[in-house]
Each structure stands twice: as C-alpha cells, then as structure tokens.
Ligand binder design. Structure first.
Ligand code: HEC
Length: 474
C-alpha cells in the first residue's frame, strides 16, 4: 500500500515535470511551425510583388551582420563561462538578443526576395538555411534552460554547434547571391580547382554559343536570370541553365525555334507584359534574334562552331563621319537654348560630333514649318527627335537635307511614309523609328532595303503586319 502510494507520487511528479518541459518547448515549436509554413503561404514564385517590400528588404544586407556577430559570440561566451561563471548570464542574454534580431533579418530577406520576384536554387537554399537557423535558435532557449537545470544536457551541446553550422552555410548561400557562386573559388589555385573538378567546361571557347549566344544573354538577361536572381526559376548564365529551362519547363527546344519560349518571349511586342527583357531593359536587336533563331534551328549545340545560314559580318559599323564645325552658328544655337521651344544640343564638346534636335518640351505644337527653320543647321544635325510632334510627310523635304543624320525618331506622328524615299541619300542614317505611325508596308519597303539602315522600328504600324517581329535589320 505504502509502496503503491509512493509509486503514484513519482508518476505524478514525472508527469508534472514533463508537462512543464513541454510548456517550455511549446513556444519554440510553434514558432518553428510558423516559419516552416510561411514559404508555402508566400511562395517565391519568381514574380515581383511590390516595390515597397523591396525598399524595406534592401535593409536585409545591412542588418544581417548583427545576428551573425551575436550568434558567433554565443559559443565563445559558453566556453569562457567554464572559467568565469558570470559569463553564463551574458550568454543567455546574447542568445535572446540573437533570436530577437534574427527574426526581423529573416523577414527583411524574405521581403526582398518576394518583392523583387527572386527565386532560384541559391535564393531558396539561402531561405531554407535561414529558416533552419532560426528554428535552431528558437530551440536553443529551452535547451539551454534544460542544460542549466542539469536535464537533456546533450541537446544544447549538440544544438549550439548545429546552429553555428547553419549560420555558416546560410551566410555562404547569401554571399553567393550577392557576389556570384564562384566568388570564393574564383582565385583558387588551379591544382585545387582540378582536385575539386571545377574546370569541367561544357562549351568550348570558339563555339557559336560562346561567341554569339552567351554574350547576348549575359548582357541582357543575366541580371534577372543569373546566380543572384533567377526570375521564373530560369538561369541564363550557363548553357546547362539555359537548357534546363524555367518554371514552365524548357525554353529552348533544339531544332524548333518557333516552339521555343526563349525566342517567343524576345519577339513579342515590347509593350506585351511577357516581353523579355522585362522592365524596359534594352531589347535584343534583330541581329541577335536571328542568331538565336538560327542557333536553335541548327540544334542548339554548345560546341558547334558554325551555324548554317548565318554569316556574321566581321566588319564593324563604320565610325560616324565628322560633321564640320558649327561654331560660327553658335549665337543662333544658343538662342534656342534660352527659349521654351525646341532645342539644339551638342553631342559632345567637339563641334565635329554634331547636334541633336530636341522637341520633347514642345512636341505637340512642333510642325513642318518650325522644322523648316532648322534647315540652316542641316549638315550639323546628327539626331532628330521628332517623336509625337505634329510633323507630316512634308517634313521629309527638310529632313532629306540633314545629310549627316544618324538617328531619326518619328514614332507617334501622323506620317504615312509617302516621303520616306527622300531619306535615301542620307547614307549615315542607321536608326529610324516609325513605331505608332500610319506607315504602310508599301512605303516602308522603299526604305527597308537600304544598306546602311541597321535599326528600323515599325511596331504598331500598318507595315508591321508584313513583319511579325516589327523590327528588321537588313
Ligand atoms: C528586369 C528583369 C528581367 C530581365 C532583364 C529579363 N527577364 Fe526574363 N523574366 C523576368 C521575370 C520577372 C519573369 C517571370 C514573369 C514572366 O514570366 O513574365 C521572366 C520570365 C522569363 C521567361 C519565362 C520562363 C518560364 O519558365 O516561365 C523567359 C523564357 C525569359 N524570362 C527570358 C528572358 C530573356 C531571354 C531575357 C534577356 C533577353 C530576359 N528574360 C531578361 C524578368 C526579367
């Protein structure tokens, strides 16, 4: 009887103590569950969500040094406390402080990725690393208390090194996002690189891919589809990344350019929300598009040196001709600068580099008669910005006299193109923008075959129907 009573007493106290224990672990476990669930609620789906989130998120790289410092201090204090027990209290404080700053640091990092639409292997590894780190820190609090009370001694002793490892791993992933994944190994001695088998090249230096596809992707796509940020989970910074594709699968189907998403996205009209590069970045020019198309058609090989049907001119664009000295006309030029009207702006401090005619401030009222006043400066005008002005086809009489003209903007005007033939003598003209005008295919053809024009834009014109890309280069 007595024995029985004692037994129930022990059982009750055991139940009580384990209940207290459970209570101690409960907040840490709830916090962990919440953290584990959040990436499934706010998915890093590669779509940008908010500029404001990005604004706050950009403080993540500033704040993150604080938890790193605190977490590294923790084992140092625990070890030092063996000799100076007072430091144990400091360790407890540092642990709580670390938890208190790690949570907002994680939140800001998440806001940065979610706001900017970042995703990709490295970003996801960094995120899960940080979540693991946070969970370990949460668990350290009850584990440390138990350790101090002499129970579950091993738990804290194992958890603390695990926390440090999680910190190192997470920081390394974060570093790879900002500095590129090869930051630490870039200057590694060759012997070591070979030892770690890091020199395996998938493409060779002289291949069509290396010479003509990779540099284009690198210059125009990798900012959003690279190591630091892989929008739509697509990496375009290596051949293997390109062939792996993105969140919607393959983007290159060898031999089938027209079915390849890569080509589809860059040949949409720039106004389309799926147009790439996104966010108004410099589009591919038609030459780059035609290389891409030909390369995919030829099988999208990483090593093939020549692609049938592509002859890449090795001659560079001729340097612009000097236009002569307009210094004598300076008083007239300066008069325009003072007024509210159109402006003549020097390309550089060298008069022989010519002048740019700007109408931005007065575009809606700027007409053929006003343009005719600039005939006086005709040989010196190398660029004419007449977009959205009131000029008509009669303007070509004046423009035809700008014999050193290199770029002509006529987008958004009401011209039909009947005077385009008058541009034929302008041998320096390499850029002509006729988007959003009423230019017909018939009139466009009068300029289309000109040998010097490299960039002709016909988006949103009747002529565009005859040219799907809306942009052609001879
Ligand atoms: C300013 C950032 C940015 C740049 C630069 C950029 N992209 Fe994108 N890209 C995105 C975003 C965001 C998405 C996801 C939204 C969407 O599908 O439109 C995306 C999606 C894509 C997809 C779809 C992938 C899939 O699986 O759904 C392709 C293909 C693509 N981009 C190709 C390119 C190419 C080629 C370039 C360079 C010419 C480029 N992108 C440059 C931001 C960018």
């Amino acid at each position: 009887m007595i024995v029985g009573e004692r037994n129930t007493g022990t059982a009750r106290s055991f139940l009580q103590s384990s209940w207290i224990n459970a209570q101690a672990w409960l907040p840490a476990l709830c916090g962990s569950a919440l953290l584990l669930a959040s990436p499934y609620v706010f998915r890093l789906d590669g779509k940008p969500h908010s500029d404001l989130l990005q604004f706050f998120g950009r403080f993540h790289p500033v704040l993150l040094h604080v938890p790193i410092g605190l977490i590294l201090l923790l084992p140092a204090l625990e070890i030092a406390a063996i000799k100076r027990p007072g430091l144990g209290d400091a360790a407890e404080f540092v642990l709580r402080a670390a938890v208190a700053v790690t949570i907002p640091t994680l939140a800001l990092g998440y806001m940065l990725a979610y706001g900017a639409g970042d995703t990709g292997e490295t970003v996801l590894r960094h995120m899960w690393g940080a979540i693991t780190l946070c969970i370990f820190l949460f668990l350290c609090i009850p584990a440390r208390r138990a350790w101090k009370a002499g129970a579950h001694v091993l738990t804290y002793r194992l958890l603390l090194p695990a926390t440090i490892l999680a910190l190192i791993w997470t920081s390394h992933q974060g570093g790879s996002i900002t500095h590129g994944s090869d930051y630490l190994t870039h200057y590694m001695p060759r012997v070591l690189r070979r030892f770690f088998r890091m020199d395996i090249e998938e493409t060779n230096a002289g291949s069509f891919f290396s010479l003509h596809i990779y540099p284009v992707l690198d210059a125009k796509c990798v900012a959003c589809h690279g190591a630091s940020s892989a929008r739509a989970n697509l990496r375009l910074d290596s051949y293997s990344g390109l062939m792996r594709g993105g969140q919607d699968g393959a983007v290159v189907l060898p031999g089938r350019p027209e079915a390849s998403m890569l080509l589809a996205r860059v040949t949409l009209s720039p106004g389309d929300k799926h147009f790439m590069p996104a966010e108004g970045r410099t589009p591919l020019n038609s030459e780059e598009i035609s290389w891409m198309r030909a390369w995919i058609r030829a099988g999208a090989s990483p090593t093939m040196a020549r692609v049938a049907g592509v002859n890449i001119a090795t001659t560079a664009e001729a340097p612009p001709q000097p236009v002569g000295d307009y210094s004598a006309l300076m008083p007239d030029i300066l008069r325009f600068q003072e007024g509210q009207g159109p402006k003549l702006v020097a390309v550089s401090s060298k008069p022989s580099d010519g002048l740019i005619l700007r109408t931005n401030d007065v575009s809606s009222s700027f007409n053929d008669a006003q343009l005719a006043q600039f005939q006086k400066f005709a040989p010196y005008i190398v660029e004419a910005e007449l977009a959205r002005t009131a000029v008509t086809d009669a303007a070509f009489d004046t423009i035809g006299t700008f014999r050193n003209l290199r770029a002509l903007h006529l987008e958004g005007t009401s011209i039909t193109g009947s005077g385009l033939a008058k541009l034929a003598p302008l041998t320096q003209l390499t850029y002509l923008n006729l988007s959003g005008t009423k230019v017909t295919a018939q009139f466009a053809s009068s300029i289309r075959n000109s040998s010097h024009l490299r960039h002709l834009y016909l988006f949103n014109t009747p002529a565009e129907a005859g040219d799907k890309a809306g942009r052609i280069t001879p």
